[in-house]
Design a protein. Structure first.
Length: 262
């Protein structure tokens, strides 16, 4: 059986195509249909999403982004996992989601522990893993995550992934925004447990961030982004047939798309 799997950090629906509207805080017009159009064009069987809002404030046009994208793209199954609740602007839950063509068997949110000591010069944010078991090929577990920027956060996230893997029987897909480059020792540790799908194209960096055009800089549609921080890992049950990074600057990340066989 072949499956098309996608991971995409959608930046809460903010758009980065018009660089004249990008400010130092990443403030850009919000249009979730643009991300939805990218997903529809790619037409994945399973799609993991980062930086997505759930039960947004009453002033927002779209209050439940996961359900909106599930409906808009035709991927009817929808699971949201809250990483944190943001009190400003009327309040919202913020985290990760999985939308899919396949029914959901079970779902839960795994909280990633915050570091006990926060002494790095880094932005800290509470993170989580959305764990979803889908009713396909006897049951496939999807771990969708957005890891932290600080080293201590990254370590906690990877150890939480290991703990989750120890409790899962059967096929696993781990994906999301890891905020780590491929040379990071923690990525190597993950590769000891799961297969990094990017390794089927070892001569290419498959960069994903940032996707957009800096006002004084280059066009991201003409040149590749400088960093790879988004990944799709799979268990030994899968064979990776292809991987690509679609050329788009709708979000500040480009998606990763893999074709798998199980």
């Amino acid at each position: 059986m072949k499956l098309k799997v996608m991971t995409y950090n959608i930046a809460s629906g903010r758009c980065y195509e018009d660089t004249s509207k990008i400010n130092s805080f990443g403030g850009t017009p919000q249009d979730l249909t643009r991300c939805g159009d990218i997903i529809k064009k790619i037409s994945p069987d399973i799609c993991g999403l980062n930086e997505i809002n759930h039960y947004f404030s009453d002033s927002a046009k779209i209050k439940n982004q996961p359900e909106f994208l599930a409906d808009y793209t035709g991927l009817r199954s929808c699971v949201f996992g809250v990483a944190k609740t943001i009190a400003t602007a009327g309040g919202r839950d913020y985290g990760n989601a999985v939308i899919s063509k396949f029914p959901v068997i079970s779902a839960e949110t795994l909280s990633i522990p915050d570091p006990e000591i926060k002494d790095e010069n880094a932005y800290y944010e509470t993170r989580a893993i959305t764990k979803t078991k889908l009713d396909v090929a006897g049951g496939i577990t999807v771990l969708q995550t957005h890891m932290g920027l600080a080293i201590a956060e990254s370590k906690n996230a990877v150890y939480k992934v290991f703990s989750a893997l120890d409790e899962i029987d059967g096929p696993v897909i781990l994906m999301g925004d890891f905020n780590m480059r491929p040379s990071n020792i923690l990525i190597d540790m993950l590769r000891e447990r799961l297969f990094d799908t990017a390794l089927i194209r070892p001569d290419e960096y498959l960069t994903t961030f940032p996707s957009y055009v800096y006002p004084e800089g280059f066009s991201a549609l003409d040149k590749t982004p400088p960093c790879k921080i988004d990944y799709i890992f799979v268990s030994k049950h899968f064979k990776t047939l292809s991987i690509n990074v679609p050329q788009t600057s709708v979000s500040d990340h480009r998606p990763i798309v893999v074709e798998l066989e199980i």
